[in-house]
Design a protein around this ligand. Structure first.
Ligand code: NDP
Ligand code: OXD
Length: 309
């Protein structure tokens, strides 16, 4: 039994060293080095090159090193008959909640607009909003969305959320199912997308949805670029229906230099770094699953292949 790490962001050594530090007896390889492919039973991957799982004929588990697994379903060559696991971690959820809180505060207090004016030597006071008057609507009330909703509510924001199945979250009004989406949108002043990317949610942030938001609403997409129809966002910002947007994720990452988002003053961008798996916190669940795999026990944080998340 051995583990292979497949990722293209220069972090293979970081993950390999973290695994070996936690358990020096592990057999761990980078997919780029010579290694015994038939010994590999667990692939620890993040945005792997399509087809790179094919050589591992004895693979028993695909472990996503992040919360999202959409990129695994997009690889039609990935094995379909073995479990997929994902990361569920308090830092991953907490970092996302902090990122969303910071983004909303910057928006209601005009911090990004003032920064732009500073570079143009413009002195222009702008009306600000108060927390108590800013209704935040969170799409997706899973590990990240539920904590974000709870924290925003504790900070004093009126918070509502939307998910597939009903939830009880203290201080949060919950809407569930397609039929309640319109009611959720009409009272949402700041919309936060924390849905997984699936065939059902692809392109959900589109012109029809934007029209249902109140005039001058603000949109935050921290989930996946595939949720957003880019042209529809640009149009809604242009015609003033939306007052601004904050994006962390894009159809193509890094975002191509010629993309119109770069030069749009109403769009605040971050480079898919709202919340990142912290090896020191997430390695134990990978090792625990590796042990469970060996013993044939149920795995932690297994993805439901039928639901796609
Ligand atoms: P979870 O799987 O825990 O939660 C997903 C939530 O979305 C659930 O509440 C689920 O409903 C809901 N949902 C799924 N499909 C639908 C649908 N069709 N209609 C309504 N609700 C739906 O995911 P996480 O909270 O762990 O992560 C969410 C996403 O955040 C990830 O998939 C990833 O794309 C993104 N992410 C982004 C990061 C970044 O740095 N930008 C970092 C980490 C994650 P139900 O509860 O009823 O199943
Ligand atoms: C994740 C991410 O899904 O970083 O963990 O986007």
């Amino acid at each position: 039994m051995a583990i292979v790490i497949i990722r293209q962001d220069g972090k293979i050594d970081l993950w390999k060293n973290a695994l070996l530090e936690a358990d020096p007896l592990l057999e761990v390889y980078s997919y780029l080095e010579e290694h015994p492919k038939e010994a590999i039973t667990l692939a620890l991957i993040w945005k792997h090159p399509k087809g790179s799982l094919t050589p591992y004929k004895n693979l028993k588990c695909i472990a996503s090193a992040g919360a999202g697994v959409d990129y695994i379903f997009e690889d039609e060559t990935a094995p379909e008959d073995i479990p997929i696991t994902r990361i569920v971690d308090p830092y991953l959820a907490g970092d996302m909640s902090e990122h969303v809180l910071a983004t909303i505060l910057a928006y209601i207090k005009n911090l990004n607009a003032y920064k732009l004016n500073q570079f143009k030597n413009i002195w222009k006071p702008m009306d600000y909003k108060r927390i108590k008057d800013t209704t935040v609507g969170i799409m997706g009330l899973g590990e990240l969305g539920a904590l974000t909703a709870t924290d925003l509510s504790k900070a004093g924001f009126p918070v509502q959320g939307w998910s597939r199945s009903h939830k009880e979250i203290n201080g949060v009004s919950v809407f569930s199912g397609k039929d309640s989406l319109d009611a959720f949108l009409t009272t949402t002043g700041v919309l936060v997308c924390l849905l997984p990317l699936t065939p059902e949610t692809t392109g959900i942030l589109n012109k029809e949805l934007f029209k249902k938001l109140p005039n001058r609403a603000f949109v935050i997409n921290v989930a996946r670029g595939g949720h957003l129809v880019d042209e529809d966002l640009l149009e809604a910002l242009d015609n003033g229906h939306l007052s601004g947007a904050c994006l962390d994720v894009y159809h193509q990452e890094p975002l191509p230099k010629a993309h119109p988002f770069w030069n749009n003053e109403k769009i605040h961008m971050t480079p898919h770094y709202a919340s990142v798996s912290d090896t020191s916190s997430v390695i134990p669940q990978i090792i625990e699953n590796y042990k469970r795999l060996r013993k044939g026990e149920p795995l932690l944080n297994e993805v439901d292949r039928n639901k796609g998340y």
